[in-house]
Design a protein around this ligand. Structure first.
Ligand SMILES: C[S@@+](CC[C@H](N)C(=O)[O-])C[C@H]1O[C@@H](n2cnc3c(N)ncnc32)[C@H](O)[C@@H]1O
Length: 327
């Protein structure tokens, strides 16, 4: 193995659980990997520095292309950046004429760069426009579109489902009442209204606006839909023995990854409308789970990078079972 080195000073985003990710992915000479969430390229560099291998990286953020170009220059012939969504990983690889790969890694959520740029509207630490689109150059719905136009019921459902906010009805009611007087434009304005609706709990150190902001970000970027598509695609893009490595940051993401890996490794019955009960167990296992439990970051990492606190890593290895055997 070549030396693993990622200099934290040179990266605006500290890669979370990098040693654990590299151990799970186990880069080997001549192999090919997909980094589905390129960000500042922390994982990509770690992989490229671990072995004489190749990386195809994906990111939907317009700023990632420039960071990708630097790595393309540095690791000539070993790196290709693909702008797009990781849910479309199969089509993106096909466009590059690339067949199956040896590993697929996802580091979910937003990067420190996205959180720290007030103009992106992801954070209520700064005042900024209520945008929250990772693809800020696209024409998708923004957080402002959601809070200013959704009916009270669907808005409350969205905040409950994606933010797991118990006061979702009160938050939606406050938002709808306020926007009748004046539409929402900025992050701080929205955060203030949410705080009026959600009582601060002494047990919860998070700001009362955190859960609603998470819900809006997930909805704006269809984060759970993207994850489901990427997990399904991993069945097709990974070679037998290929590693699927996912780092998630909240229970909704981790729950999806956990049930996908359990189901596809035969540890849980595959849900299918087309199969009689009991027949599910005949579906061949498409993945093998190396460990049943998620791996957590070390105390040392959490001490120096608070963002790592909620990270959970899961790994599964593609078997040689063919996809045809599955409903
Ligand atoms: C947590 S950061 C990744 C950081 C990266 N591992 C590093 O070490 O620098 C997540 C990145 O994934 C991107 N991203 C999130 N969801 C995406 C999706 N569905 N398709 C493509 N990129 C996505 C974000 O734009 C962001 O740049």
């Amino acid at each position: 193995m070549m030396q693993v080195s990622v200099c934290r000073e040179q990266s605006p985003h500290a890669p979370v659980m990098l040693p654990e990710v590299l151990e799970a992915l186990c880069p080997q000479e001549g192999e090919v990997y997909v980094d589905g969430t390129f960000g500042a390229g922390g994982y990509t560099r770690g992989i490229l520095n671990s072995a004489d291998c190749k990386v195809y990286a994906i990111d939907r953020d317009p700023g990632a292309k420039e960071r990708g170009a630097k790595i393309e220059e540095e690791y000539k012939g070993r790196f290709t950046f693909m702008r797009g969504c990781f849910g479309d990983v199969a089509a993106l690889l096909e466009k590059e004429g690339r067949g199956q790969v040896d590993g697929f890694v996802l580091d979910l959520g937003v990067s420190s760069m996205q959180l720290d740029e007030a103009d992106r509207g992801f954070s209520f630490r700064f005042d900024g426009p209520l945008d929250m689109r990772m693809d800020s150059a696209g024409d998708g719905e923004t957080a402002a579109d959601i809070v200013n136009t959704y009916e009270e019921g669907p808005l409350a459902d969205l905040i409950y489902r994606y933010g797991e906010e118990r006061c979702s009805r009160r938050v939606a009611k406050k938002i709808v009442a306020r926007r009748a007087v004046q539409k929402f434009k900025t992050t701080l304005d929205l955060a203030d209204v949410i705080r009026e609706a959600v009582p601060r709990s002494p047990k919860d150190k998070n700001d009362p606006a955190t859960r609603t902001f998470q819900a809006l970000r997930i909805a704006v970027n269809d984060e759970l839909g993207e994850l489901e598509r990427a997990l399904e695609a991993s069945i097709h893009i990974l070679k037998p023995g290929g590693r699927l490595v996912v780092v998630s940051f909240h229970s909704l993401e981790d729950g999806l990854v956990k049930s996908f890996m359990r189901e596809k490794s035969g540890a849980a019955p595959a849900a299918s409308r087309h199969m009689p009960m009991g027949a599910q167990s005949f579906a061949p296992a498409l993945f093998e789970q190396k460990m049943r439990r998620a791996v957590k970051p070390s105390d040392g990492e959490v001490r120096i990078n608070a963002r790592a606190r909620s990270a959970r890593l899961r790994v599964a290895v593609r078997t040689n079972a063919s996809v045809k055997g599955v409903a």
